[in-house]
Design a protein around this ligand. Structure first.
Ligand SMILES: [Zn+2]
Length: 359
């Protein structure tokens, strides 16, 4: 059955969505009042000009008594995010930022932590994405996280900004207690606990220490990364949620697709001037050959694949190179397309970018 993305988006909570952008609503009987409007903005703090009510069908609507704007969560999202297509807004609300990338769910990926409740996890990740949409890259609250990507990882600010605009990347505050407050206020303790992101007995959610957030398509999974080099035994990035799809970056040349490992390497590939589409595979153990077949079917213009996994020269059997050879075999045999292995000299694509910037 075809999915009705509008119907799915319209059951999302309009009040909670508006509160991310317009401040807290005030409950009055069965409706909520706001002093700001998605269309005409904030008026005086005292004039409650916007009301949100649930219709007979259960869909919530807003109406502004000042400018006359009215609609559902989709209209609100279009106005707030500056999106022109209703379907696009519905997809963003639902986390479908890569509708044509890959349709087959991979079942063998191992989440970093078992989620208590996958629906609560998706709800939590969706909320985090809503509140991190449209962030200002120059906001001092995530200055360190941005500086880590731009200065230490050598990713140009414009590329970081584009990844934010594409809703692949978002930030929670650098400061741990601010991050915890930000999460509790925007997601709510109940959902954080139900999802397993906030462990029982802990003072704050563990992800408060990991300000760099990369969202996988469909929002069943997200990766939280520290904004510095890890200390011994510490994991750079933690992935939460189940069965994630690869990250996807649409380029200007539909004939070529690069396969890289992880979100930072997607941005590194863009920074190095790659013009094709880019698929960011979340890890060697979390993908299936069917994923590539589905991608080729959805993107039939693809003629050549550039495989750019890590070149793990210091590890036994070089797992990145082994993986590249496996991918090449699948692309040539199952997809009947050309596949070139173009591994970095050593390390990952981001190492290559940093080497280039040093010379
Ligand atoms: Zn208005």
């Amino acid at each position: 059955m075809e999915r009705d993305l509008f119907a799915e988006a319209k059951v999302l909570d309009l009040v909670a969505f508006l509160e991310n952008y317009l401040g807290n609503g005030k409950k009055e009987g069965k409706s909520y009042r706001f002093t700001a409007c998605p269309q005409c903005g904030q008026s005086s703090a005292k004039s409650e000009k916007l009301s949100v009510t649930a219709g007979n069908s259960g869909t919530q609507h807003y109406r502004c008594y000042r400018c006359g704007a009215a609609g559902t969560i989709i209209d609100a999202a279009m106005a707030i995010w500056g999106v022109h297509e209703p379907l696009e807004a519905a997809k963003i609300l639902l986390g479908e930022n890569a509708p044509r990338a890959v349709v087959i769910k991979r079942s063998d990926s191992k989440p970093a932590e078992p989620a208590n409740d996958p629906q609560a996890m998706t709800a939590a990740i969706t909320r985090i994405r809503q509140v991190t949409a449209n962030q200002n890259i120059d906001d001092p609250r995530w200055r360190k996280a941005v500086a880590y990507l731009v200065e230490e990882r050598c990713i140009p600010k414009a590329v970081v900004q584009e990844a934010m605009k594409r809703l692949i990347l978002g930030f929670i505050p650098d400061d741990v207690s601010n991050a915890a407050q930000f999460l509790e206020r925007s997601v709510g303790r109940e959902i954080l606990e139900a999802s397993g992101l906030w462990k029982p007995g802990k003072k704050i959610p563990g992800i408060s220490f990991r300000p760099i957030v990369s969202f996988f398509p469909k929002l069943t999974s997200a990766e939280f990364r520290i904004a510095r080099s890890p200390v011994e035994g510490e994991k750079k990035a933690m992935r939460y949620g189940v069965g994630s799809y690869p990250w996807f970056w649409r380029g200007s040349n539909p004939a070529a697709t690069m396969l890289v490992e992880g979100a930072i390497d997607i941005m590194s590939a863009v920074a190095l001037g790659y013009e094709g589409n880019i698929l960011g595979l979340p890890g060697a153990n979390s993908w299936q050959p069917e994923m590539l077949e589905a991608y080729q079917m959805k993107n039939p213009q693809t003629q050549v694949y550039h495989i750019c996994t890590d070149n793990d020269v210091n590890q036994k059997d070089n797992p990145g190179r082994m993986w590249a050879i496996k991918l090449k075999g699948i692309i040539e045999k199952n997809l009947r397309k050309r596949a070139d292995i173009t591994l970095p000299e050593s390390g990952d694509l981001n190492d290559a970018l940093r080497r280039r910037n040093k010379t």
